[in-house]
Design a protein around this ligand. Structure first.
Ligand code: SAM
Length: 224
């Protein structure tokens, strides 16, 4: 049942791509409430990885809440958010406008398949819950490899509803609720392991690593 729901939602979200205006506002109010705790974890991972120097780009920045947390917590040199949805970019601007760190963040209306960024100038790409919207993952991974510096990495996070029940033990949200949210808003582990994402990764000549953190799958991509 969850597999079928997930198939339909991935198809729908890859077809729609950018979140339209009405849904963007709903997303800002509801979804980020559940997503924000996972941003804390990403900021902690970032703290270990970066001294704040260089350029961090978030692809599919949505409502800008992760960008805000990064800018306020790590005070990096430069952060950029890209989103294909004008409504989401406007929401990001609004959410960031309340912060003193807003000057650190650039927001750009652009497509992940064709990023308006020069070759080899990005230290870290972040992307959360966006890969399931991407129509051509191979083209997106190629774009990541193009804009990343030699030692740069892309960290791509997705919820996976096929995580084992055991793996979700530490999470406070009821597990079935989490699985339904992940089915509506994510890519299962098995698609990273043998589905269309695996195919895109294998045909690209990148270095990559997949790891699981509860219901979250993390893909790290770099140049070979
Ligand atoms: C489910 S939301 C996730 C937003 C945010 N990263 C988060 O974790 O809350 C997916 C975002 O990706 C954006 N998006 C979808 N397709 C895109 C594309 N091809 N290029 C850039 N952004 C895209 C959508 O507009 C939306 O804001």
């Amino acid at each position: 049942m969850l597999d079928l729901l997930n198939k339909i939602f991935i198809w729908l979200q890859r077809w729609v791509q950018g979140i339209p205006s009405g849904l963007a506002h709903l997303y800002d109010r509801l979804a980020t409430r559940y997503l924000e705790p996972s941003y804390e974890h990403i900021v902690e991972e970032l703290r270990d990885k970066t001294s704040g120097e260089g350029l961090i780009v978030e692809v599919g920045c949505g409502t800008g809440k992760l960008l805000l947390k990064i800018a306020e917590t790590l005070k990096p040199m430069s952060v950029m958010g890209i989103d294909i949805s004008r409504a989401m970019i406007e929401l990001s601007k609004r959410n960031l406008s309340r912060s003193r760190s807003r000057g650190l963040v650039d927001l750009i209306l652009a497509d992940a398949h064709n990023m308006p960024i020069r070759n080899q100038c990005v230290d870290l790409i972040l992307s959360t819950s966006t890969l399931h919207h991407i129509r051509q993952p191979k083209r997106f991974f190629d774009e990541c490899a193009r804009v990343l510096k030699e030692d740069g990495e892309a960290w791509i996070y997705e919820f996976s509803h096929d995580a084992e029940y055991e793996d979700l033990r530490a999470i406070k949200t009821p597990r079935i609720f989490l699985k339904i949210l992940a089915a509506l808003h994510g890519i299962p582990r098995r698609i990273f392991e043998k589905g269309y994402i695996k195919k895109a990764l294998e045909n690209g000549g990148y270095r990559y690593k997949i790891s699981y953190q509860g219901a979250v799958t993390k893909l790290i991509l770099g140049k070979t």
